[in-house]
Design a protein around this ligand. Structure first.
Ligand SMILES: Nc1ncnc2c1ncn2[C@@H]1O[C@H](COP(=O)(O)OP(=O)(O)OP(=O)(O)O)[C@@H](O)[C@H]1O
Ligand SMILES: [Mg+2]
Length: 322
């Protein structure tokens, strides 16, 4: 992958580059306002901001799910534009292969097993005939089990995704990113609906992906204390603008108050849980999940409807599952 010229190597150092990104929704609301942002490969960056500040909108633009306003602007992933001047590029699917998503509502296809959800990550890399037949090579299945074990939910591999707790679902999404061999993880409030222990596990896993697997991580968070604990750098949004981009350690209550005024309380108050209404990750089968997983899921759906004998070419090999 890195066998190109020095120039290409340099651009590949830059995991995410955003230039002059603005987004105005049809209702006239400007959700993103001239965002410029660069995330270097290997960084773990927190994206913070009060509710409605534009965190999800920004992540969705980076993923190429939403086109920006049609003014000169660009978002590049590992040196390749994913959208420009309000248009998502044609090669978006191939660019998305480098991105693992941990988005709150549409993480997994509930009716599929945990293992199949994780294997979905590998589909983009498999030959077309394997995708059509739903035959996962032994190596992919071993990789999938290794990833599930690594995130600590190997024993749930055969269960339906719907049966997992919120934290386990988030970890399955991280396992999928590993199997996909993503280079970047975009996580939108991955711990918003989790209890403290599950939150810690998910954040620890994100850190492992960052430190041990050298994935670049951009994670939106509500709690500044978590950002400080896990992310050396924080980007703070307010009303669609970047109001701070620097060391997380410098985000004192006084600075937050200066940046956010009364909204600072939402970011500081640990007891505050604006997401209690999201406590349960809802069932999102079909269209929503398709939307989230994009190019990979339609094949997964085919996988699901295939006769069981064709779904799994190989039985789990215990030698590979530990
Ligand atoms: N599809 C949409 N149509 C119109 N306005 C939208 C749409 N999506 C988001 N917005 C608006 O854009 C702004 C940013 O929303 P966004 O969801 O990105 O905020 P957020 O920082 O993720 O908030 P939260 O912490 O509550 O998740 C909000 O004012 C929101 O109402
Ligand atoms: Mg959001």
């Amino acid at each position: 992958m890195l066998d190109a010229s020095g120039v290409l190597m340099k651009s590949i150092q830059e995991a995410i580059r955003i230039e002059r990104l603005s987004k105005t929704f049809n209702n006239g609301r400007k959700a993103l306002d001239e965002i410029d942002l660069r995330v270097e490969a290997g960084e773990m960056v927190a994206l913070i901001g009060a509710s409605g500040s534009g965190k999800s909108t920004l992540l969705r633009h980076i993923a190429g799910f939403t086109p920006s306003d049609a003014q000169p602007s660009q978002i590049s992933i590992l040196g390749r534009p994913i959208q420009q001047n309000g248009r998502i590029v044609r090669e978006v699917r191939s660019i998305r292969r480098d991105i693992g998503f941990v988005f709150q509502q549409f993480n997994l296809v509930n009716r599929l097993s945990v293992e199949t959800n994780v294997l979905v990550g590998a589909l983009a890399r498999l030959a077309w005939w394997r995708r059509l037949t739903g035959l996962f090579p032994r190596a992919e299945r071993a990789l999938s089990m290794a990833a599930l074990n690594e995130v600590g939910i190997g024993e749930h591999a055969r269960e339906r995704a719907a049966n997992l707790s919120g934290g386990q679902q988030q970890r399955a999404a991280l396992a999928r990113a590993l199997v996909q061999r993503a280079r970047i993880v975009l996580a939108d409030e991955p711990i918003a609906s989790l209890d403290p222990e599950s939150s810690r596990r998910v954040m620890d896993m994100l850190r492992t992906l960052n430190v041990e697997h050298q994935l670049t991580v951009l994670v939106s968070l509500h709690q500044v204390d978590i950002a400080m604990q896990y992310c050396p750098r924080t980007v703070a949004l307010r009303r669609g603008k970047v109001v701070y981009d620097g060391p997380s350690a410098a985000l004192s209550p006084a600075l937050l108050k200066k940046l956010y005024g009364d909204d600072a309380r939402e970011l500081l108050d640990e007891a505050h849980d604006k997401t209690h209404d999201k406590t349960h990750i809802e069932s999102h089968d079909g269209a929503d999940a398709n939307h989230a997983l994009h190019n990979t899921v339609p094949t997964a759906a085919a996988q699901d409807s295939a006769p069981p004998s064709r779904r799994y070419a190989f039985a789990l090999n215990p030698a590979h599952s530990n």
